[in-house]
Design a binder for this molecule. Structure first.
Ligand code: PLP
Length: 382
């Protein structure tokens, strides 16, 4: 058995040919060109995302949100501590406060109650994480709750493109949603991201922040715009996805359903094999639920005992590369400085060292899933 990798980027001759087509043409590699426009229009058609920016990462998309919201030093942004660090750092650098909340061990996301516990008059933003692509399933209620309190809702949907809640795509509930096309995600441009701006109030300003704080987008795309040359209007940065990266991603967008369908086979094989063999040694945490449609980004288990390092070492010895997902922010060197002493993160603390993500990618074979599950069985039964 060859080494089984944790992930590999999506790869197909058609994707490579599309990059070649761009390189062989005289078109700009910077863009925006045909590929960027096609991706945006496909996402609009498929998911109803009207106002989007293709960025160079999900982190950049979150940084745009932070710049747009311009929070003050007493304003609070509420998010789970079990999270990716740049979701927090995007806001920390603008000078506001971060309030962590705990998560539920059944799906590694906060319950609605766990979120509400930390809302106060200073809460200006709530960021929910669609953990490993699995959607938060109370988005309707959360959206209403945030609207009634004038709190901005951001969906950090980094790996969640293609997941739905109650037949509505993830990314269509928040004032903003951010996605990643990093090579570890289901569809990839190497590095890349997407910002969906649903709140009308921020659409125009987002166009400026996205493009280095300039009005370049209007100068280049609106023939009757009152200026001939673009100039610096507001604070922004270089957040754009290049046309070259987009040329690899563009044909994948058409393949999203195909990609998800294959991953669902892998996921179901893991589930079937593991649930017949084992119930006591671990639980499967990204379970499917009738309220949503999953994009099968990951297959994650939570061990009953704190033996993750031993388990990962055993898998590695058997040529299986599994991974830990995130570390909790409040346990990191920088993130612990943001922890408010009154915050209780009991579940996060209890399970953080027990979470294991198993290999999941479109070049993984069903026979390899059988091998992985067999080795897991051997581990627990020896
Ligand atoms: C929840 C979450 N947010 C943000 C990011 C950052 O994405 P990117 O690497 O595209 O900046 C990740 C990366 O995996 C993530 O999982």
């Amino acid at each position: 058995m060859n080494k089984i990798l944790f992930h590999t980027p999506l790869r197909d001759k058609k994707y490579i040919n599309n990059v070649k087509k761009l390189l062989d043409s005289k078109m700009s590699l910077h863009g925006p060109g045909e590929n960027i426009f096609k991706i945006k229009s496909e996402l609009k058609k498929k998911y109803g995302f009207e106002h989007t920016h293709l960025t160079n990462s999900c982190t950049s998309a979150m940084e745009i949100c932070a710049l747009l919201l311009n929070l003050g030093k007493n304003d609070e942004v509420l998010m789970p501590s079990y999270n990716y660090n740049t979701t927090a750092s995007s806001f920390v650098r603008t000078g506001c406060k971060i309030q962590y909340c705990d998560i539920d061990k059944k799906n590694l996301m906060p319950t609605f109650e766990q979120i509400k516990k930390y809302v106060n008059k200073n809460t200006k933003v709530i960021i929910i994480i669609h953990m490993q692509g699995l959607p938060v399933d109370y988005l309707d209620e959360l959206q209403k709750y945030c609207k009634s309190r004038k709190i901005i809702l951001i969906e950090d949907a980094a790996p969640a493109l293609g997941s739905y809640v109650k037949n509505k795509p993830v990314g269509s509930y928040g004032d903003f949603a951010t996605f990643s096309f990093h090579e570890t995600k289901n569809y990839t441009s190497g590095l890349g991201g997407l910002l969906v701006v649903n709140n009308k109030k921020f659409k125009k300003q987002s166009d400026l922040v996205f493009d280095k704080g300039t009005d370049r987008i209007y100068v280049t795309s609106k023939p009757n715009y009152h200026k001939k040359y673009y100039s610096w209007i507001t604070l922004g940065s270089s957040f754009r996805m290049g046309e070259l990266n987009a040329s690899y991603l563009q044909p994948q967008i058409k393949d999203i359903d195909k990609v998800i369908s294959y991953r669902s086979q892998l996921y179901n094989r893991y589930r079937k094999n593991l649930s017949t063999w084992l119930t006591d040694e671990f639980s499967i945490c990204n379970k499917i639920h009738h309220k949503y449609k999953y994009n099968y980004h990951a297959f994650t288990i939570i061990l009953k005992k704190k033996e993750r390092e031993k388990f990962l070492k055993y898998l590695k010895k058997n040529k299986i590369i599994a991974f830990i997902s995130f570390e909790a922010l409040h346990l990191s060197q920088y993130g612990k400085k943001l922890l408010n002493s009154k915050t209780s993160l009991n579940t996060t603390n209890e399970i953080i060292k027990k979470i294991v993500r198993l290999p999941m990618h479109n070049r993984l074979k069903l026979s390899e899933v059988d091998y992985i599950t067999k080795k897991i069985k051997d581990y627990f039964h020896k």
